[in-house]
Design a protein around this ligand. Structure first.
Ligand code: KG4
Ligand code: ZN
Length: 346
């Protein structure tokens, strides 16, 4: 039985297909997840050691109708119950994005509902509002995913200032590349996370790259090279490496820099709250160390449940809600923008 909809309830059907998950969700008022369906393509890409864009697009086409109907079914609703349809239109793989964008446009046209295009990174940030009534800007956010690593000052729901970003690899990319080098396969993040629990984070000293004094940017390619050099040297000397120690030592270097710079940013901006988002924020060591550092600095710390850290559509429903109530309406000319930047980014 469907509950009666309160006067001011806004229901969004959200669609996400920017990388290797095809996802749909129904979210109420940007906060309450009525359903969250994710069809992962990870097994299809694992054999290739990473995401193959062509395969991703094809798999999205196969899964998109199913995830949407499951999301509506799971929420016990129909398209007619929705107030708007939100969809990720960038950044991401163009062929993958186009599947979600075309589907959202077709549905919006067919059932005459407003269409709202959402930035994927903004979606990650807004995952912090899910299942949580009280969290609100201003705060400093660390967004660390497979494609992006940013520190942002979130002034309002749709008002961001970029304080720092990666100059080369994203944090998740470094995890994935290092995992591949130590023979753990794709996706590397969760595998390193698990292996590191068995290893000694002080076994090998890998560099912590802080860049120039005061900079809130990141650089992870030097760390990745240091791990590769360590592995090559061990190989040349005929030594067997301890995967768990390499994983733990690499992770310690990444986490230390992410935590330290995020805390510095929060101090610089004088905020009282810190949030974290993106696939890497599912990492157990990062969650524990960021929580401890925030506590030591008198900052409130917020991070989504792991399922809302990695790619999902509920987060697009949260971001879509705030765009919708701010009056954003997109036309049927909405297109995929693979290199879409965040508002204020140059
Ligand atoms: O946000 P996301 O699902 O997709 C992008 O927008 O990129 O992030 C995926 C990234 C991958 O690089 C993956 O290895 C990493 O997040 N990741 C993790 C963990 N779970 C996913 N990295 C470290 N620890 C994890 N537990
Ligand atoms: Zn993502």
């Amino acid at each position: 039985m469907e509950e009666k909809k309160a006067e001011n309830t806004v229901r969004i059907l959200a669609i996400e297909s920017s990388c290797d998950e095809t996802a749909a969700a129904v979210v109420e008022n940007g906060r309450w997840v009525k359903s969250n369906i994710i069809s992962s393509q990870i097994p299809q890409h694992t054999v290739f050691g990473g995401v193959v864009p062509e395969i991703a697009a094809r798999k999205h086409i196969e899964a998109i109708d199913w995830v949407i109907s499951e999301a509506l079914k799971g929420a016990d609703m129909t398209l007619a119950d929705m107030d708007a349809i939100a969809v990720t239109y960038g950044p991401g793989l163009v062929g993958a994005l186009l599947v979600g964008v075309s589907e959202a446009k077709a549905l919006a046209y067919a059932v005459k509902k407003p269409l709202v295009g959402v930035n994927h990174i903004e979606g990650h940030i807004c995952a912090n509002y899910l299942e949580n009534e009280d969290f609100a800007p201003p705060y400093v956010a660390l967004v660390a995913s497979g494609g992006h690593s940013h520190i942002l000052y979130v002034k309002g729901y749709h008002d961001y200032e970029i304080l720092g970003r990666t100059r080369d690899d994203a944090a998740g990319e470094a995890y994935d590349k290092v995992a591949r080098a130590i023979g753990m396969g794709y996706p590397g993040g969760p595998k390193i996370d698990a292996a590191a629990k068995e290893g000694n984070p002080e076994a090998i000293h890998f560099p912590r790259v802080f860049l120039e004094e005061g900079s809130l940017d990141f650089s992870f390619s030097g760390l990745k090279s240091a791990v590769l050099n360590y592995l090559n040297q061990a190989k040349m000397m005929g030594q067997t490496i301890c995967q768990a120690d390499v994983a733990a030592s690499f992770q310690a270097a990444v986490v230390e820099v992410l935590v330290e710079k995020t805390i510095r940013a929060a101090r610089q901006k004088g905020v009282h709250q810190v949030a974290m988002a993106g696939g890497v924020s599912a990492n157990s060591a990062l969650r524990a160390q960021m929580a401890a550092a925030c506590q030591a600095n008198g900052l409130t710390f917020k991070v989504p449940q792991p399922i809302y850290c990695t790619d999902n559509a509920a987060m697009i429903g949260a971001a879509g809600y705030y765009a919708y109530v701010a009056g954003q309406r997109d036309g049927l000319d909405l297109n995929a923008v693979p290199n879409l930047s965040l508002a204020g980014e140059n």
